[in-house]
Structure formats: C-alpha cells, structure tokens
Design a protein around this ligand. Structure first.
Ligand SMILES: *[C@@H]1O[C@H](CO)[C@@H](O)[C@H](O)[C@H]1NC(C)=O
Ligand SMILES: *[C@@H]1O[C@H](CO)[C@@H](O)[C@H](O)[C@H]1NC(C)=O
Ligand SMILES: *[C@@H]1O[C@H](CO)[C@@H](O)[C@H](O)[C@H]1NC(C)=O
Length: 278
C-alpha cells in the first residue's frame, strides 16, 4: 500500500501540472527527470537530454532542483554527495533529432549555448545549477527580471531549443574516506589500468601522472573504496525540478548570463577578436 501510494505520488508529480500561482500571472510546474541507479561508493555521471521544460516564448523566474529517491524524498548530502548539476541550453538540428535521441551523440547536430558571453567552453555553463552548496538556495528573480527563453528570433533556422541536465552524484554510504570520495581522489577509485594513458584533461592533452584527484577521476560507474563488510541497498535517484515562469511580454526585463574567464587572452585579428578561454 505504501509502495502503491508513493508510485501514485510520483506519477502525479511527473505530469505537467501547469497552474497559476495566486494573485499573479506566474505559472509553475514540477518535473521529475529520468532516474539513475547508484549504490554504496558508486559514482554517477549522467547527461539527460531533452528534459521536460515549459514551452513557448517565456520568462523564467526560478529553477529549483532537488535530488530525490524513488519515493520522492530528498536524499541528504551525507549519503549522496551531489557534486554538481547543470541545466544546459542547446539548439538541436531538427532533422537529426531521431539520430541524437538514439545514439546520444552530442558532437553532431547540436549547438551549445552554455552562457551568453564569449567563453563557451564545456566547463563554463551557467544558467542554473551549481555544486552541493546550491541546495536550499533560492533561484528566484525579483520583478521585472526573467531569463528569456524560446524567443523564435533567437533560435537558428531548422533548430529547436532544448535543455539537458549534466550531473555528478557520489554515493558516500560506507565510504572508507568519505571526504576523499567527494573530492574524487584518484587513489580511492577503481580506475582502469590504462587510465592515465587514455584520459585527457581540460586542455585536451593526456592527464599528467601527478593528477591526484578531481573531475577526471570521478567517472561514471567507478567505485570508491568501501569499509569492510559494508552493505546497503542500491537506489534509484532522480532530479525533481520546479520551474516558475511567465508568458513573455514587454514588461519583462531579460537577464543575461556571462562568464568572465581570467585565462582568456583576447587577441585581435583585424577587427575580429579571438578568444582563447582556458
Ligand atoms: C541539419 O542536418 C541535416 C542532416 O544532417 C543537414 O543536411 C543540414 O545541413 C543541417 N542543418 C544545419 C543548419 O546545419
Ligand atoms: C601506459 O603508458 C605507459 C608509458 O607512459 C606504458 O609504460 C604502459 O604500458 C601503458 N599502459 C597501458 C595499459 O597501456
Ligand atoms: C586572421 O584573418 C585572416 C583573414 O580572415 C585569416 O586568413 C587568418 O588565418 C587569421 N589569423 C588568425 C591567427 O586567426
């Protein structure tokens, strides 16, 4: 019975429940992403393409995310460290949609718009999302500010505006060194033998053998060292996200997201600037 109830709860929260908040024109909907499995000491690095999102020309007021279990309960950071989550905007070539959906190939037919500045590199996305510290932080924008989305004049011809989630979660239940696992220390993880031969860093060059920890050692499905005899069940987790928005009108003031990269040595070629964001 409890199980049945929770399934019904989950189903209701997945549906696109679009309603007006009292006394204003703000709409609101709560969505649940596809789920992923994680177990004690496991790392999950996932990309969920084409997530549910409000349609049309809109202004987003807030975007809040929570990591939840199968019953819809929030999972505490001391059990699953939510290393980061990013909601990333991209334009998808409509005639390649079926291919992209089938093969999850993000190199063809996709234009990323990670922010609205000149440094678009893959480590620099910013609309919504952050690390574990973002939990409980309000993302609400005061009137008249919004994030403008779905403006047909800003979407390239033949493309569709979509969103993806990129996440990293680390299940630290039973971890021998919980802090080390959350810091992705390489010596705590069951890296493949040829890890340093095949892994490249931010600059596209092979990782140095002195690379002791960080993003590149936390790869999907790797296992962090556990305490002896620790056992706990696997879990299926999802992102539950609530978006509040208004339909676009001339009273909205669009905010833009820029990322300034201190390593960008801007050069000029005639009147064209060349960015070298590192
Ligand atoms: C979209 O994809 C099709 C099929 O691969 C290709 O022919 C077309 O040039 C692409 N459109 C753009 C604008 O890149
Ligand atoms: C990795 O590269 C080193 C040289 O840097 C080599 O000695 C070793 O055999 C390689 N290991 C694998 C598994 O390819
Ligand atoms: C500068 O622009 C010229 C003409 O467009 C081009 O041929 C050249 O390769 C550019 N140089 C660099 C460093 O990008």
């Amino acid at each position: 019975m409890v199980l049945l109830l929770s399934i019904i709860m989950l189903l209701t929260s997945t549906t696109y429940s679009n309603y007006l908040e009292p006394d204003n024109h703000i709409k609101s909907a709560t969505f649940v992403s596809e789920n992923f499995e994680i177990g004690p000491g496991k790392i999950a690095v996932k990309t969920f393409l084409d997530i549910e999102f409000p349609k049309g020309h809109i202004g987003v007021k807030s975007f809040d995310v929570e990591l939840v279990d199968e019953d819809g309960n929030s999972v505490p950071l001391y059990e699953t460290y939510f290393h980061h989550w990013f909601a990333i905007k991209y334009f998808e070539n409509i005639s390649m949609s079926t291919y992209i959906e089938q093969y999850h190939d993000l190199r063809n037919g996709i234009i990323f718009q990670r922010n609205q500045g000149t440094c678009q590199g893959y480590i620099l996305p910013h609309y919504w999302g952050l690390g574990s510290e973002s939990r409980g932080t309000s993302s609400n924008l005061p009137d008249p500010f919004v994030v403008e989305l779905g403006n047909p004049t800003q979407i390239p011809q033949g493309f569709k505006e979509k969103w993806l989630f990129n996440i990293m979660a680390i299940d630290t239940r039973g971890a021998l060194h919980r802090k080390g696992c959350t810091e992705c220390r390489c010596n705590l993880l069951n890296l493949p033998k040829n890890f340093y031969n095949v892994t490249t860093g931010i600059d596209g060059k092979p990782l140095s053998r002195n690379y002791k920890g960080g993003l590149f050692c936390c790869q999907d499905n790797l296992q962090c060292k556990l305490r002896k005899d620790f056992d706990a069940p696997k879990r299926k987790l999802s992102l539950r996200y609530k978006i509040r928005w208004v339909d676009w009108d001339e009273h909205q003031v669009p905010l833009k997201f820029y990322i300034l990269d201190a390593t960008d040595r801007v050069r000029l070629n005639g009147s064209t600037s060349i960015h070298d964001c590192r």
